[in-house]
Design a protein around this ligand. Structure first.
Ligand code: ADP
Ligand code: MG
Length: 256
């Protein structure tokens, strides 16, 4: 099992002395190579789930396992990507991709080889000596993906990585990410507000409730072509799935 949440609850102590339970009794499993999206209302604990997977936060109760091992500290085999690409502006693209390898004691020549291979995989060959400001938003996100893949992660965590892109770039980048990730066979957890995106990108969608977030439904996406979200977009079934998720979220809001 690539990732497992076993009765996970996370409560934060606030400066006021009060407590805030972000997520409550979260249970789910992700198989190796699976692509799972997480949707839910703002503040229901989606980012908290990613932070616990990466080992940045510890659960208050319950257990998080990555590749069968209990997560107790920041895990170097978990790659994290956010809405902002966080590329270092003073480094070239290839030096940005090498960045994560420097702290791991990988030799200079191996760093360069691995970074170049990832740039090629992410269709950025020829841009290695550019600086981030010279690239479009979509290309910068691909460079950030290359940097994430360079550490050879077991899992990648994506926290709304496409939400700052314009509509057309977003379509192309979703396709490019999906294909690259599928080819690499990497397990992925994607947080998104975009219900159609969750359907076209994923094998499965976890629908969370309002805070404290809990998994209210797991929806298996029975559509072919996961590696080509653009092709999936043409399929009428995506509307049925998106409507099903929308109804769950809406019903939950009325109950709140
Ligand atoms: P989402 O990503 O679904 O919008 P988050 O996981 O960011 O939600 O946050 C869930 C809840 O936990 C929010 O109410 C947020 O204010 C709170 N929260 C998140 N991180 C912390 C923290 N480090 N300390 C205190 N409260 C936090
Ligand atoms: Mg968030």
């Amino acid at each position: 099992m690539a990732l497992e949440f076993d009765h996970v609850t996370k409560t934060f102590a606030l400066p006021s002395g009060q407590e805030l339970t972000a997520v409550s009794d979260i249970n789910f499993k992700v198989e190796k190579g699976e692509f799972v999206s997480v949707v839910g209302p703002s503040g229901c604990g989606k980012s908290t789930i990613l932070s616990m997977t990466a080992g940045l936060y510890q659960p208050t109760s319950g257990i998080v396992r990555v590749s069968g091992e209990v997560v107790t500290k920041p895990n170097p085999h978990v790659g994290f990507m956010l809405q902002k690409d966080l590329l270092l502006p003073w480094r070239t693209i290839v030096k940005n991709v090498e960045f994560g390898l420097e702290s791991r004691g990988v030799s200079k020549s191996e760093r360069r080889d691995r970074a170049m291979a990832e740039l090629e995989r992410c269709h950025l060959k020829g841009f290695e000596n550019h600086y981030p400001y010279q690239l479009s938003g979509g290309m910068r996100q691909r460079a950030a993906l290359a940097r994430t893949l360079a550490i050879d992660p077991d899992i990648i965590l994506l926290d709304e990585p496409f939400s700052a892109l314009d509509a057309q770039t977003k379509l192309l980048i979703q396709d490019s990410f999906a294909e690259t990730i599928k080819e690499a066979g990497i397990t992925t957890l994607l947080i998104t507000h975009d219900l159609a995106e969750s359907v076209i990108m994923s094998d499965r969608v976890l629908v969370l409730s309002e805070r404290p977030g809990t998994v209210q439904r797991e929806i298996e996406i029975g559509l072919p072509n996961r590696e080509h979200p653009l092709a999936r977009r043409q399929m009428t079934e995506i509307h049925d799935y998106a409507n099903e998720i929308f109804t769950l979220l809406k019903l939950d809001r009325r109950a709140a």
